[in-house]
Design a protein around this ligand. Structure first.
Ligand SMILES: [Zn+2]
Ligand SMILES: [Zn+2]
Length: 397
């Protein structure tokens, strides 16, 4: 059903040339969503992020009625959504049938709509939103920060103490229509003019993690970078290290033969184990762990150069062990954890994509059509690593 209905007054002070007044919306009554449900939840003594355990996680596709659009939200017709490793973990169970995922998630009784990477076209604008209009193409950020806590006030939005993760703690983007807070979205209309631009924009969220990783590890022209994991995040780290920060070489460790071979375009060396790599004479300047296996760090720690930087991106849930502490102190090696992509990272990525410096779409190995195909992929999480890198789902043109 596509009817136009007025959803507020026309603001005569807005710029001329708009096709529709901003508060008009295209009325839809339902959305099809990919929903994660869990049959039981058991309280545990974990942290805020892990105070519930979920049993028998399973995904369904459901038609849901749309709630009235909140005044500070925009309503998006989703165009492309990306499948993240976290989405794949959200369907995996341990031996007792509990959800096996160390990322924070809250699955209410009515289920949780997954998906935190994607782009959509505005079909409705909340009454308090002045920045966007119907027809704009927006990319929601996946970390919804509060903007008032101590971290936010210090500019550390990724570390917001009240952060809500889209698609994990709030309904996400695996929907034909999704409502998102306007202040956590970025206008990508210019990039979204072509199909290739839409594909690139669908990768902005994981690329933001990679760009931020390069900033925080201070990858410097000529640096030699070692990356564990050639999934989407690891591969984007490789692309960004080369194209943006000027790394002179990138080595990757990846057990999946498919992903190892696919990474060959961006990696000077790609091996199934760090032992098979040729270590640079002065050592690795930067080591990035994007596989979730923290034991990798201990394995190569003595090969890290003076003033080397180590970034942990993958969550494996196990402790980090470093035996070579003397090497760490003597060589002033820093180890950091990182998450998120806030703080103006999307805007920088969009400029790099528009200028042709960052072919983000080169990580996409499969583009699926529709939520049905996505449901099949999510039900076979182990298959993805052996046959794919980045999977994008096309929901509309
Ligand atoms: Zn993700
Ligand atoms: Zn905050």
């Amino acid at each position: 059903m596509h009817l136009l209905e007025q959803h507020g007054g026309f603001d005569q002070h807005r710029p001329a040339g708009w096709i529709l007044p901003s508060h008009f919306m295209i009325a839809e009554s339902t959305t099809a969503s990919l929903v994660l449900r869990a049959t039981e939840a058991f309280p545990s003594n974990g942290s805020r992020q892990a105070n519930l355990r979920y049993k028998h996680p399973h995904i369904t596709i459901e038609d849901r009625g749309l709630r009235p659009l909140r005044p500070d939200h925009v309503r998006l017709q989703m165009l492309r959504v990306g499948v993240c490793g976290t989405d794949l973990h959200m369907t995996q169970r341990d031996e007792q049938g509990f959800l096996r995922c160390s990322a924070p998630a809250h699955i209410p009784a009515e289920g949780r709509v997954l998906g935190h990477e994607g782009i959509g076209r505005v079909i409705g604008v909340g009454a308090d939103v002045g920045a966007f209009r119907v027809g704009d193409i927006l990319a929601p950020e996946s970390v919804l920060s509060c903007s008032v806590c101590r971290s936010c006030r210090s500019g550390c939005f990724n570390q917001c103490q009240k952060a809500v993760l889209l698609g994990m703690e709030q309904d996400g983007l695996f929907s034909t229509i999704a409502d998102v807070p306007a202040r956590s979205t970025v206008n990508i209309s210019e990039l979204g003019q072509t199909d290739q631009g839409l594909q690139m924009a669908a990768c902005l969220e994981p690329a933001g993690v990679a760009l931020l990783c390069g900033m925080n590890t201070r990858i410097t022209p000529g640096d030699k970078v070692l990356i564990f994991g050639a999934g989407p995040i690891g591969l984007l780290c490789a692309i960004v290290a080369r194209q943006v920060y000027g790394a002179s070489s990138v080595a990757m460790v990846e057990p999946s033969p498919y992903r190892r071979q696919f990474a060959g375009r961006w990696a000077d060396q790609a091996a199934s184990s760090a032992d098979e790599l040729t270590t640079p004479a002065h050592g690795w300047d930067v080591v990035i762990e994007a596989s979730g296996d923290l034991s990798n760090i201990n394995r190569v720690f003595r090969q890290i150069a003076a003033c080397g930087r180590v970034a942990l991106l993958g969550r494996g849930g196990q402790p980090l062990t470093i035996d070579a502490v003397d090497h760490m102190i003597t060589n002033a090696i820093s180890v950091m954890g990182l998450r998120g992509h806030l703080g103006g990272v999307y805007e920088r990525l969009i400029e790099l994509c528009l200028s042709g410096h960052l072919p983000l779409d080169s990580i996409i190995t499969t583009t699926l059509e529709g939520l049905d195909k996505l449901q099949i992929v999510l039900s076979q999480p182990d298959v993805v690593a052996s046959t794919d890198c980045k999977i994008v789902v096309k929901l509309a043109d």
